[in-house]
Design a protein around this ligand. Sequence first.
Ligand code: NAD
Length: 344
Amino acid sequence: MNGYLSRMEEQGFEELIMIHDSSCGLKGAIAIHSTVRGPALGGTRMWAYPSEQEAIDDLMHLARGMSYKSAAADLPVGGGKGLIIGDPNRDKCKELFQSYGRYVAKLNGRFYTGKDMGVDEEDLTCMRGESDCVIGGESVGSPSPFTAYGVWKGIRACAEEVYGSPELEGKTVAVQGVGSVGEVLCRHLAGEGASLIITDIDRNKLDILREELGAKVVDPDDIYSQQCHIFAPCAAGGVVNEHTLPLLKCDIIAGAANNIYKSQDMARALAEKGILYAPDYVINAGGLIFVEMIRRGIADEEKVKTETARIEERLKELFRRAKAEKLLPGAVADIIAEEKLQLR
Ligand code: NAD
């Protein structure tokens, strides 16, 4: 646990709670980064990390990220994250999630949580039996269509910044990954008259979109070198790196994936190449907006869409400020979030 208190101090964490219940073998932690804007909100994951240190490091990184994302989206919540250490395919039992739910309950509304990697609806139901601060369940619906809606709006803001108009008719968008977000995004883009180039490691999904939307299908490795206006990564993170950067032939990178690049060097390299980057946690916040509105009991589809559509204006403002202050969009996004979190 070396250095965790210093890191909490440096990064403005409020609480790091280690949890253990020998009666069911629960080992885990809850990190509350900020409750300055409201209760901390963030999913709970179950994962067998290689070491406790890696588990807690990742937990803190994710909890802090939630604060920035919620603040960027102007939501009245802060950031947190929960972790149950274990193999989701081997170590699950009802008692484990019930016990975890009781730890969430003990936080008296300071932490709201839902599903993340390794945790499913059944697990959530066990947790919900113990705490009202567990969000989700089958009746709630998927956040992905709202994430896709927000990414589409965000892409329009990028187009306006680069081409002087948000209209996407006649623009070519290369979409990497046509899963639950990517597929819906493709439909919005095609609906506006954009041409699509798509890829996925799952070929079945591609055939449907090729037929329905007239998308050009390419192999996963070839997506980077496509001549296009916009590259929209909607699969994994880290896809813009030293290997893919020289291949890119786009003006804009804007997609749903988290951590599209992993080092700040890459942010600078993109700017030097003249590529506009839409900060991931600003553009992909639609799903979070949906979940947070469920938390407050005010999530009807139209209201969530109205709130999510504000991503377009938010990104335009961010690009204006980046230009005026001669900063990269990612740096401006962090500054705006830190101002809202009273970390500056
Ligand atoms: P998903 O699992 O439904 O879809 C991802 C798709 O990408 C799958 O079809 C998969 O086959 C494909 N894929 C994986 N690796 C690939 C590769 N190397 N090349 C091409 N295709 C590949 O996930 P999703 O919910 O659509 O999320 C997409 C991304 O957006 C993820 O990075 C996720 O973290 C992020 N995100 C999602 C949401 C949401 O609401 N679902 C919110 C914020 C961020």
